[in-house]
Design a protein around this ligand. Structure first.
Ligand code: OSB
Ligand code: MG
Length: 356
């Protein structure tokens, strides 16, 4: 899916999003899932073309033709494959959509959500100039967004952040470092600490917990883990080590809703609040994220955006739109409530496969 403008982060500058969609059918019903690990392994070790091949040749053959009573039963079928969370998520999410459609109930309700409304924030990538960023932040707050997330990377760091804090002394901000730093940057993080941010997202390596615990103990600003939270067991270890005070849950990164729900509940039981992250999925993937964002331990505005922010045309038949200031409603209707527009999907599709 071509973006309206490139998305610039600590791991790259991307102009298109490569994504894998899974359509699962059973008993006359269908379900859709999406995995968006992007074109190259810059955010994590997975990438879309690899996820596609793994789904086609390994994961889908493990599931096709089986009676699957629960998300846990599906994850058990996929267990012979190590890691590869995004690829597994695409099937898992399709299963949950199908499961909810079979009951004719919206997915957020099947998950036990508070109601259809999700709280969402604004997110701004690296820009050409600080003035341009300040203008975009003003626009986001004028539109009613309750928090702004800023991408933070070497070259777009303290100078940018200090200018933002001077211009907006009291608003809610956090930074997302996408694992660009190490403990050698402790002095810089102490300066960040003085700026009263809501949190610092994934400052250190994507697979680390121990150094995050050290950094957290040296700072008053809460850390939030994104990349590091791939499994239930790693989440338990992060909580044990006090490596973070917030957890960003992404459906792709955790292998789908089955594990995301378990991570949500584990964090809730340990008093660690969560929010929902995203990978610039189409409205299909974002619809699953919206359902997750209605749960009780989601306590910070999520990274779920209206379609028009990044895409001129989504591949889904309906766009994600704002409900009110900083809020988006989960789609009504059974399951995730939307489907791809098959013509648009066909026009964007580079590879497809069918297993029966
Ligand atoms: O680290 O949260 C991230 C997008 C793609 C890959 C990784 C990340 C992101 C975002 C999403 O920050 C921002 C948004 O959805 O508004
Ligand atoms: Mg992040």
């Amino acid at each position: 899916m071509p973006l309206i403008y490139p998305f610039r982060t600590a791991f790259g500058n991307d102009a298109v999003i490569e994504s894998v969609l899974v359509r699962l059918s059973s008993g006359g019903k269908i379900g859709w899932g999406e995995a968006s690990p992007w074109a190259t392994p810059g955010y994590c070790a997975e990438w879309a073309a690899g996820a596609f091949l793994l789904l086609r040749d390994v994961l889908a053959p493990l599931a096709v033709g089986k009676i699957i009573e629960s998300g846990a039963a599906l994850q058990k079928l996929l267990r012979p494959v190590k890691d590869n969370y995004f690829a597994k998520a695409a099937i898992d999410l399709a299963w949950w959509d199908l499961h909810a459609r079979a009951q004719n109930v919206p997915l957020w309700q099947v998950l036990g959500g508070r109601g259809p409304l999700a709280s969402v924030g604004a997110d701004l990538g690296v820009m050409d100039t600080i003035d341009q960023l300040l203008a975009e932040i003003q626009k986001a707050f004028d539109e009613g967004f309750s928090r702004v997330k800023l991408k933070f990377r070497p070259g777009w760091a303290m100078e940018m952040l200090q200018a933002v804090r001077t211009a907006f002394p009291t608003q809610t901000f956090h930074i997302d470092c996408n694992s660009a730093y190490t403990l050698a940057d402790l002095e810089m993080f102490k300066k960040v600490d003085a700026l009263g941010l809501a949190m610092i997202e994934q400052p250190l390596a994507h697979d680390d917990l121990v150094d995050h615990a050290r950094l957290q103990s040296a700072l008053t600003t809460p850390l939030c883990l994104d990349e590091s939270i791939t499994t239930i067991s790693k989440t338990r270890k992060a909580i044990d080590l006090k490596a973070c005070r917030w957890v960003n849950i992404k459906l792709g990164r955790t292998g789908g809703l089955t594990n995301a729900l378990a991570i949500h509940d584990l964090c809730r039981d340990h008093g660690t609040p969560c929010w929902v992250g995203g990978m610039l999925e189409s409205a299909i993937g974002q619809a699953h994220s919206l359902a997750l964002a209605t749960l009780s331990n989601i306590k910070y505005p999520s990274d779920i955006f209206p379609t028009s922010r990044f895409y001129s045309t989504d591949l889904a038949a309906r766009d994600v739109v704002m409900h009110g200031p900083s809020t988006i409603n989960a789609f009504d209707g059974a399951g995730i409530g939307i489907e791809p527009d098959l013509n648009r999907l066909k026009s964007l599709c580079v590879q497809s496969a069918q297993l029966r």
